[in-house]
Design a protein around this ligand. Structure first.
Ligand SMILES: Nc1ncnc2c1ncn2[C@@H]1O[C@H](COP(=O)(O)OP(=O)(O)OP(=O)(O)O)[C@@H](O)[C@H]1O
Ligand SMILES: [Mg+2]
Length: 351
């Protein structure tokens, strides 16, 4: 029997998402997708502050959705991961495997003993007898902490991925593209923005910026002198309830201002990419993440970046049984589902 896909488990700062798919003759079929909120301060700045709370919510999510499969794929992002494109003399895969640890040492600002190192060859013949390699390093302590949480929830962590790569997997399934195009995948979450610039069908540049939708919640909380939960509610509530009071206009004004800050950060990263890349012309931006919904973000991005901004809907090319899913609800959740869906495409024996 074919190896089953791992269950994708995306542990975000504001909510956990779970996704399970099956590969069938008709294509990738959705078996489960759901999300559960996390109380503020369960995770802060990428640090797990309340592990028991997290474990409990993960268990709830699996129970509520009757997910029996126990093998899960999780992912990391932010400061605990370093992804760098490096240039090395051409060598075989076996030679690279032998030397990568040693090569990595000079590119990683942590003690090499404290990190797990992985790599992907992106161009075996980059010219002048050099090859381009994407180097990935993640702190062992952070991986272990994540795995412990998963095990405490009576699940088996079989794969630890990186948000930016999961984003790419979700994209690749749903938006087959001519490989000569360069596109930017951008996931704007609560506390992190993941960027993955894809060029020639490969990851060419990634960056995690540690800011996101929480910035808007903070600003609303300050301006209106309301607690976090209420500010969070105000920014996501439908327009009709707020529009009576003029509060809506103020929320939108703050939102527009915060969006400008986020866009400036994104633009800085893309400018950096453009300054260093050969195929630097980004033909489209594919956007997802809950905070991509905040007022002013999409329009502001189109204006500032001068490119088309499209939704990275991870259910685009996925077979969904309308008898099993509320498809309208699923489409509303699509913006926050990309990383979990990308993880759900992985098999336990994937690298
Ligand atoms: N309609 C909306 N308008 C504005 N912001 C929204 C809306 N819906 C969700 N958000 C914001 O999106 C963020 C959550 O998005 P998402 O689920 O992608 O983040 P996360 O995965 O939990 O966080 P991270 O990946 O940064 O750890 C929150 O800041 C939330 O307030
Ligand atoms: Mg996220």
């Amino acid at each position: 029997m074919a190896v089953k896909n791992a269950v994708g488990l995306d542990i975000g700062t504001s909510s956990i998402k779970v996704a399970h798919v099956q590969e069938t003759k008709k294509g990738v079929q959705l078996m489960a997708f759901d999300t559960i909120m996390l109380p503020p301060d369960t995770i802060r700045d990428g640090q797990i502050l309340n592990a028991p709370q997290l474990v409990q919510r993960i268990q709830e999510l699996f129970t509520l959705n009757k997910i029996k499969h126990r093998q899960v794929a999780v992912s990391l992002s932010g400061h605990s991961v370093i992804i760098k494109k490096i240039s090395l003399p051409e060598m075989t895969l076996a030679e690279l495997e032998d030397s990568i640890q040693w090569e990595a040492e000079q590119y990683i600002p942590f003690d090499i003993k404290d990190v797990n190192v992985d790599f992907q060859i992106i161009d075996p013949h980059a010219g002048q007898a050099q090859m381009d390699v994407l180097l990935v390093a993640a702190k062992k302590a952070v991986i272990e902490e994540m795995c412990e949480v998963v095990r405490a929830a009576r699940l088996e962590p079989v794969l630890v991925d990186v948000d930016a790569f999961a984003l790419y997997n979700a994209f690749e399934l749903n938006f087959p593209l001519p490989s000569d195009q360069t596109v930017a995948l951008i996931n704007v979450g609560a506390s992190t923005i993941n960027i993955n610039v894809v060029s020639g069908g490969m990851t060419s540049f990634t960056r995690d910026i540690t800011v996101g939708g929480n910035l808007l919640t903070e600003e609303i909380s300050k301006q209106f002198a309301v607690p976090w939960e209420e500010a969070e509610h105000m920014k996501t509530t439908s327009e009709t309830t707020l529009s009576m009071s003029g509060v809506l206009r103020e929320v939108q004004r703050i939102s527009g201002r915060v969006s400008e800050v986020l866009i400036a950060e994104i633009q800085r990263s893309l400018d950096f990419f453009a300054a260093t890349a050969i195929n630097a012309d980004i033909s489209a931006v594919y956007l997802c993440g809950g905070a991509a919904l905040q007022s002013g973000l999409i329009e502001g991005m189109e204006r500032r970046l001068g490119t088309h901004v499209r939704a990275l809907n991870p259910f685009n090319n996925v077979v969904i049984d309308p008898k099993k899913f509320d498809t309208a609800l699923l489409q509303r959740m699509a913006p926050i589902a990309a990383v979990a869906m990308g993880l759900a495409l992985r098999k336990p024996d994937d690298r």
